[in-house]
Design a protein around this ligand. Sequence first.
Ligand code: FAD
Length: 399
Amino acid sequence: MYDAIVVGARVAGATTAMLLARAGHRVLLLDRARFPSDTMSTHYVHQPTIARLARWGLLDRLTASGCPPLDVARWTLEDVTITGCAPPVDGIRSAYGPRRFVLDSLLVDAARESGAETREGTNVTELLWEGSRVVGVRARGESGAEFTARARVVIGADGVDSMVARAVRAPRYEEAPTLNCLYYTYWGGMKADYEVYVTGRRAIGVVPTNDDAVMVGIQWPRAEFDLVRRDVEGSYLKALEATAPELAERVRGSERTARFTGTGRLPNFFRQASGPGWALVGDSGFHKDPVGAFGISDAIRHAELLAGLLAPALGDEVPLERALDDYAERRDEDAMPEYFFNLQAAQLEPMPELLDILRVIAGEQDQVDRFFGLIAGMYTWDTFFTPELIERAGAGRNA
Ligand SMILES: Cc1cc2nc3c(=O)[nH]c(=O)nc-3n(C[C@H](O)[C@H](O)[C@H](O)COP(=O)(O)OP(=O)(O)OC[C@H]3O[C@@H](n4cnc5c(N)ncnc54)[C@H](O)[C@@H]3O)c2cc1C
C-alpha cells in the first residue's frame, strides 16, 4: 500500500513524486519510458521554475549538463522589438532551455534519490476502483509481468493522452481546437539569445540548449499543416526568410544537427483536476498551444501545488477530499489568465492593445524587464496592465 502512485515520470510526475517523497510519504512512480529519453517538446523554462529547481537543490545538476543560462530575451512582435530579462527570483535571473532528456532524467533521479520507488518501462493499463473511488493501478512491468498496486491517491501525470483522465472520465472545459502546427530542429555553431519573432502569422522561437546547439522552432496556422509537412525543410527556410531575415542568415551559416520534429496536434483544454482518490497534473489536466512556452513551468508549478496540498492530507492533518478539491480550484485560478492570453497569442494575429503598450515601454528597461517578468509568471496581469499604462498606450496610439 502506497500513499501515492504517480503515473508518468516527466516534469509533472517526477516533480510531484519527489516532493511527496521528501515530505516522508510512500510513493510509487511509474513510466512506460526508460530514462534518459527524449519527448516532443522544445525547451524554454522560465525563471521562477529555475528558482524552484535551485530551491530543491537541482540547479547545479542542470548547469553541470552544459545547458547555457539565458540572460537576454529578444522579442520582435510585428514592428516592435524589445530586449531585456525578467527580474530575479530568489536571486536567479537566468532562464534555461534544457533538452528534455536532461531535465526529465534529472527530475527522475531526484525523485528516486528522495525515496520514491521508481519503475521505468512500466505501462499502466487500468485503474483499480472501490465503488466510485480510485484505489490503485494495474500495470505491466519491464519484465512483461502484470502487477497491481494500491494507494490512497493515484496521480495522472501521463500527458495529453492521459490514460488516468480517460479512466476517471475527467470532464474537459474551456476547450479550443488546435490552432497551429509546429516544426523544430537544432543548429550547431550559431550565436543566439532566447529570441521570439511573431509576424505574418508565423511564430519563431529560438532557444540555445545543451551540446552547443540552438533550437529553432516555427509555428504556422493549423490550416497550413498539410502544405508544410509536404516539404518541411522548404517551408521552414521560407518562413525564416520571410519572418526573421537576419536570423535566417545566421541559420544559413550554421549546420543542422538533427532531423525536423513536429506536430499538427496542439489542443487547448482543461480537464477536471481531481476527484475521489485521483488527481491530474501537467499536460494530462491542462494542455495548451506551446506558443507561450508555458507547459513545463506550469507542470512543475502545479506539481508543487498538488504535493503541497496532498502532503498534510496524506499525513492525516486535513481530509484528503478537501486537499483534492482545493487543488482543482487553485490550479484553475492560477492557470486561467495565462491560458486565455496564450490562446490569444496562438492566433498568430497582431494584438493591437499589447503592441501599443510595448511601443510605449520599449525605451524603459525596467518596464520591459517587468513585461518579461509578467510572461515568466512573476506578476498578475492586473498588476502589470495598470490603468496608467493602458492610458499611456492610448495616448501613444492617438499621438
Ligand atoms: C512541440 C512542442 C513544443 C513545446 N515547447 C515548450 C517550451 O518551449 N516550453 C515549455 O514550457 N513547454 C513546452 N511544451 C509543452 C511541454 O512539452 C509539456 O507541457 C510538458 O511536457 C508536460 O509535461 P508532463 O510531465 O505533464 O507530460 P509529458 O511530458 O507528456 O510526460 C508524460 C509521461 O507519461 C508517460 N505515460 C503516459 N501514459 C502512460 C501509461 N499508461 N503508463 C505509464 N506511463 C505513461 C509517458 O511515457 C511520458 O513519459 C511544448 C510542447 C510541444 C508539443
